[in-house]
Design a protein around this ligand. Structure first.
Ligand SMILES: Nc1ncnc2c1ncn2[C@@H]1O[C@H](COP(=O)(O)OP(=O)(O)OP(=O)(O)O)[C@@H](O)[C@H]1O
Ligand SMILES: [Mg+2]
Length: 249
């Protein structure tokens, strides 16, 4: 196994406020790694720091062993690492058709064969060619998130950063999109880092996870340990109680 992504002693400071403190995590190729923790604990900040969207003050991010230099991310970084956000309405330009939305990353990375790639990307996320000329507002929430996933996948990254990718969706649609993500991960041998406040989702999707609090990792667990309740921290136990349906009353 090789390491796909690692962060070493990562710190993020916003105006004297430490949003992340000394975070170290190492994620193997093909692994699905979960991040959980209360609101404001720094989960999104960690994904954003990896993606070059948060001000890193200390530490190193490595992709496939290679240190990422500076705060700006290169084009080649974004060919390896793509991010999917919670709210596809915010991440998909409202005045661009699905076709345009999928064409843009291909153009940025100078990837040819657009026709074929767009058709294949839509097919892979379970949307037919009929969706190609629709605008985001002409799609359901689940369909929009499928477009956001297709857009991330079209440049063939090896790592996906997923920030609550299904928490804006209804339960049944959420399950469909999670199953789709899991199938794509297996087929493409992708590495996932997934944030979710739903511990059931994390145990279903991830093998290992880190529990965050106040910008730090307080506990590392396997999903089996979490599901079996063998956690060390009181804080983690409280998260389990707060996560609806996770602990049987
Ligand atoms: N751009 C910013 N400027 C200043 N502070 C910020 C900024 N972004 C995040 N923070 C702060 O950093 C901390 C961590 O925020 P973050 O969004 O990472 O939390 P989270 O764990 O993702 O929470 P949630 O579960 O609510 O999404 C919070 O205290 C937040 O207010
Ligand atoms: Mg967040």
């Amino acid at each position: 196994m090789s390491t796909a992504l690692s962060v070493e002693h990562l710190g993020v400071v916003y105006d004297h406020f430490y949003a992340l403190k000394d975070i170290s995590v190492s994620i193997e190729s093909g692994e699905s790694f979960g991040l959980v923790g209360e609101s404001g604990s720094g989960k999104s900040t960690l994904l954003r720091a990896i993606a070059g969207l948060a001000p890193v003050s200390e530490g190193t991010v490595r992709v496939h062993g290679e240190a990422v230099k500076g705060s700006k991310r290169s084009r080649s970084f974004y060919r390896s690492v793509q991010m999917v956000f919670q709210d596809p309405y915010g991440s998909l330009h409202p005045r661009q058709t699905v076709d345009r939305l999928l064409l843009e990353p291909l153009a940025i990375h100078g990837i040819g064969d657009a026709e074929k790639r767009i058709a294949r990307a839509l097919d892979e996320v379970g949307l037919g060619n009929g969706f190609r000329f629709r605008y985001p507002h002409q799609l359901s929430g689940g369909q929009r998130q499928r477009v956001a996933i297709a857009r991330a996948l079209i440049v063939e990254p090896s790592i996906l950063l997923l920030d609550e990718p299904t928490s804006a969706l209804d339960a049944s649609v959420q399950a469909e999109v999670l199953n789709l993500l899991e199938q794509i991960r297996r087929d493409r041998k992708l590495t996932f880092v997934m944030v979710s406040h739903d511990l059931g989702v994390v145990t279903h999707m991830c093998g290992r996870l880190a529990v965050m609090r106040g910008g730090a990792v307080v506990e590392r667990l396997t999903s089996a340990e979490l599901a079996g309740g063998s956690v060390r921290e009181e804080y983690t136990r409280n998260l389990m109680i707060a996560s609806k349906g996770f602990v049987k009353a």
